[in-house]
Design a protein around this ligand. Structure first.
Ligand code: SAJ
Length: 405
């Protein structure tokens, strides 16, 4: 039996995927409300294919509880927040989950940490728990996740994976467990290399996006179309530049690279600069909005609204989103004036000026900053009537009143 600890964005799909591929799985979460929702037959977030996978897993016997189980394999997929000030990971949830596992785990159990951790976290924070508890019989493994929100189910099935283990034999056994559903290649390595690869993958993406964002600024000054420049450059067989945008959000790309900067402040300078470049984008979009307002003689900030609260299109996740980053600086400029915000994917109230219908949103607006290209509006500028559009993601097509990056 496998006990998946933490039923969030990663733990839940992983538990469901294993269960629907014949593995006996119990999912555990300390949040009783979340467990009750799952036991009542509902998933806890929106994701393509998740409801179908849930139904299949429930049919195959997956169970959800707040209790840790006595079993051979534990997969810990709890959050790893990071401290925004010192840029270091907070391993408290991982530590608490592993401590509880060690209280119930039978001799020779395997403890897999899936949560994203900075390189060295397992050695610094998890391994000492085994020593203190006199449980060095428990085998430690790190199996970082790689799935992208918006295509989690497909990527769980098809992505290659990394398994880091102290003992290569244990690594091979855990690789077999993941191979129950994973059609990709599974690389077996040591724990520290596995930790590093995860952070490196997200750092690569952050750096690539930062390059695109800097190109956008250069092209604006130089009077060139950055998308055209990137499109043609990418025709080169060894060039693959990502797209500029209003900033970088989510719980991974703007966060994980800071682990390297936090742990190696003297060395990771290039990565720090990339993160700062990405973090400068929401303000940059704001400046574009001011230019649009000035060109149209609009002075009243109440006539400007923001479409999109999530960190990217067609997900309901608002963590670290560019819109939230932007609102922080708007509030400073507007002394508390609540900017009107609408996102069809976000039903709960997240920010003060949020409204819940397009009609209410557009009422009284002359400028819309389209921060997220949700499929409801992508390629459909008419969705905003004839309003002036600030379009940092280039999803509104060309037009006289469309302001790109
Ligand atoms: N973004 C751009 N330009 C682009 C691509 C993305 O500005 O060309 C922005 C997005 O709009 C978003 C942010 O970057 O605000 C991050 O989105 P994303 O789609 O690039 O990535 P995530 O955070 O949804 O998922 C990433 C993935 N990592 C990599 O592709 C290396 C995923 O595979 C990881 O599992 C996930 O982080 C994670 O949990 O670590």
């Amino acid at each position: 039996m496998v006990n998946v600890i933490g039923l969030g964005y990663i733990g839940l799909p992983t538990a469901l995927m294993m269960a629907s591929h014949g593995v006996e799985v119990v999912g555990t979460d300390y949040n009783a409300e979340l467990v009750a929702t799952l036991n009542a037959g509902h998933t806890t977030f929106k994701e393509e294919g998740l409801d179908e996978l849930f139904a299949k897993a429930v049919g195959a016997g997956v169970r959800f509880t707040t209790e840790y189980q006595v079993c051979g394999t534990y997969i810990v997929s709890v959050p790893t927040p990071y401290d925004k000030v010192d840029k270091k990971i907070d391993p408290a949830y991982v530590v608490a989950a592993c401590e509880t596992v060690l209280e119930v785990a039978p001799e020779g159990a395997v403890l897999v940490v899936e949560s994203t951790v900075s390189p060295g976290t397992v050695d610094r924070f998890v391994r000492p728990l085994l020593v203190e508890a006199g449980r060095e019989d428990v085998a430690l493994v790190h199996a970082p996740e790689r799935i992208i929100p918006g295509n989690m189910v497909g990527e769980l099935l098809r992505n290659n994976r990394t398994i880091g283990a102290d003992d290569p034999e244990v690594g091979r056994r855990v690789a077999e467990l993941y191979a129950s559903f994973c059609q990709g290649e599974i690389a077996v390595t040591d724990v520290r290399t596995a930790e590093m690869t995860k952070v490196v993958e997200n750092t690569f993406r952050a750096v690539n996006i930062a390059f695109a964002n800097e190109l956008a600024k250069v092209c604006r000054v130089g009077g060139m179309d950055v998308r055209e420049v990137i499109r043609i450059s990418n025709k080169h067989p060894r060039v693959n530049i990502l797209q500029p945008g209003p900033g970088v959000g989510g719980h991974c790309i703007p966060v994980d690279p800071w682990f390297l900067v936090g742990d190696y402040p003297e060395t990771a300078n290039f990565i720090r600069l990339a993160l700062q470049t990405n973090a400068s984008m929401p303000e940059y979009v704001l400046r574009r909005a001011h230019e649009a307002m000035a060109e149209h003689g609009i002075a009243d900030p109440a006539k400007v609204g923001i479409y999109g609260l999530t960190y990217k299109e067609d997900v309901d996740d608002v963590r670290e989103s560019p819109t939230l980053q932007m609102l922080e600086s708007v509030e400073e400029h507007l002394c508390g004036h609540a900017v009107k915000v609408y996102d069809p994917w976000v039903e709960r109230d997240v920010v003060p000026g949020q409204v819940h219908s397009m009609e209410e949103f557009l009422d009284g607006l002359e400028v819309v900053v389209v921060m997220v290209g949700h499929s409801q509006v992508k390629g459909r500028p008419e969705a905003f009537g004839d309003r002036i559009l600030v379009d940092p993601r280039d999803v509104m097509g060309d037009g006289e009143n469309v302001y790109k990056l």
